[in-house]
Design a protein around this ligand. Structure first.
Ligand SMILES: [Zn+2]
Length: 287
C-alpha cells in the first residue's frame, strides 16, 4: 500500500476524520477504483491500531503488523464459503457481531473490514447489522468499501461516515457544468430554470455523469454550513449556503440518493427528472 499516493481530496477527508484524534465507529469508503479503496481501508486500519500519539507512525509494533496484514485485532471479514459470491450472509454477520464484544488483543481498537458491501452485503445482513451500528460496542471500527454506496440502506449510510474518493478529474466537464447549472437554478425564483436544467439529466448517461457531482456540491454546502471544508473546487457551494440550511442540504442529499436508486431500477427517465425537479424545488423553497 502506498499512502503518499492519496490525492488532496482523500487527504483532506482523512484529516477531517482524524482531526479529533478519534475515528468514527463506521466508515464507508466509496468511489474511485478498488485498489485506492483498499489503500484507504488499510490506512484506516493502521491508524486505528497505532499506539503512538501521532497516528499512524508506521513504526510501532501495531503499525508494522497492520501494514503486513497480520494484526490480530484487524479482521478482513471473509464472506460465506457456502455462497459462490462469498456474500456476508446472516451467519457471517452474527459471528462478527458476537466477536465485537471480545476485547482487543494488542491494541486499543478492533477493526473489521468488509469489502464490496454494495455487492456482498444483502439487505437482510444490513438489517442484522443495524443495531450494532446504532449502539456500537466500545473501541470498534467497521470499515466498509464499495463502488457505489447509493445502493446501501439509508439507515446504514446515516449511521456511518462516508468517504467518497472519486477524484474531481474523474467527473466529465459536461457533468460538472450541468450539475452546477442545476445547483444554481435551486436559488432562482424562476422555476423554469430548474426544470430546464434537470431535464438535461433525462437519460442514463447524463444522469450518471451529472448526479455524483451534484451530490458533491450539496455535500460541500452541508459541510460549509457546519463549519467544515469543501472537497470540490467549485464556487457554487458558497452561493448555496445562502439558501440551504443544514436540514435542507440533508433532504436534498437523501433525494439524490433515492433518485440514484430509482435510476438503477429502470424507472421512466423523463418522470424521474420531473420528480427530481419538483422535490428539489419543494425542499429548497419550503419555509
Ligand atoms: Zn504506530
Amino acid at each position: 500500500m502506498n499512502f503518499s499516493e492519496f490525492n488532496e481530496t482523500i487527504k483532506s477527508q482523512l484529516n477531517n476524520l482524524t482531526s479529533h484524534n478519534r475515528l468514527p465507529h463506521a466508515i464507508i469508503i466509496t468511489g474511485g477504483n478498488e485498489e485506492l479503496r483498499d489503500s484507504v481501508a488499510d490506512y484506516l486500519c493502521v491508524y486505528a491500531v497505532c499506539s503512538e500519539e501521532n497516528k499512524p507512525c508506521y513504526n510501532c509494533k501495531n503499525c508494522k503488523k497492520a501494514m503486513s496484514h497480520i494484526h490480530p485485532d484487524i479482521s478482513y471479514v471473509q464472506g460465506s464459503t457456502k455462497s459462490k459470491n462469498l456474500i456476508y450472509n446472516k451467519e457471517v454477520m452474527e459471528e462478527v457481531i458476537g466477536d465485537t464484544i471480545i476485547i482487543p488483543n494488542e491494541s486499543d481498537t478492533k477493526v473489521y473490514v468488509f469489502k464490496d458491501v454494495d455487492e456482498k452485503l444483502p439487505v437482510i445482513s444490513q438489517n442484522a447489522f443495524l443495531k450494532t451500528l446504532e449502539e456500537p460496542p466500545q473501541n470498534i471500527l467497521f470499515v466498509m468499501t464499495c463502488k457505489d454506496a447509493s445502493v446501501l440502506l439509508e439507515t446504514i449510510l446515516s449511521r456511518s461516515t462516508v468517504i467518497n474518493i472519486q477524484k474531481e478529474d474523474e467527473f466529465s466537464t459536461e457533468g460538472v457544468s450541468i450539475a452546477e447549472e442545476i445547483a444554481l437554478a435551486l436559488l432562482d425564483i424562476n422555476e423554469y430554470k430548474l426544470l430546464s436544467a434537470t431535464y438535461k439529466v433525462n437519460n442514463k448517461d447524463s444522469f450518471n455523469q451529472t448526479i455524483p457531482y451534484l451530490k458533491l456540491l450539496i455535500r460541500d454546502t452541508l459541510s460549509l454550513t457546519v463549519g467544515g471544508d469543501k472537497l470540490s473546487n467549485s464556487s457554487v457551494p458558497e452561493k448555496l449556503t445562502r439558501k440551504l440550511t443544514r436540514e435542507k442540504s440533508l433532504s436534498l442529499l437523501n433525494t439524490i440518493e433515492k433518485a440514484q436508486r430509482m435510476m438503477k431500477s429502470n424507472v421512466n427517465q423523463n418522470l424521474l427528472s420531473t420528480w427530481l425537479c419538483s422535490e428539489f424545488r419543494r425542499i429548497t423553497w419550503q419555509q
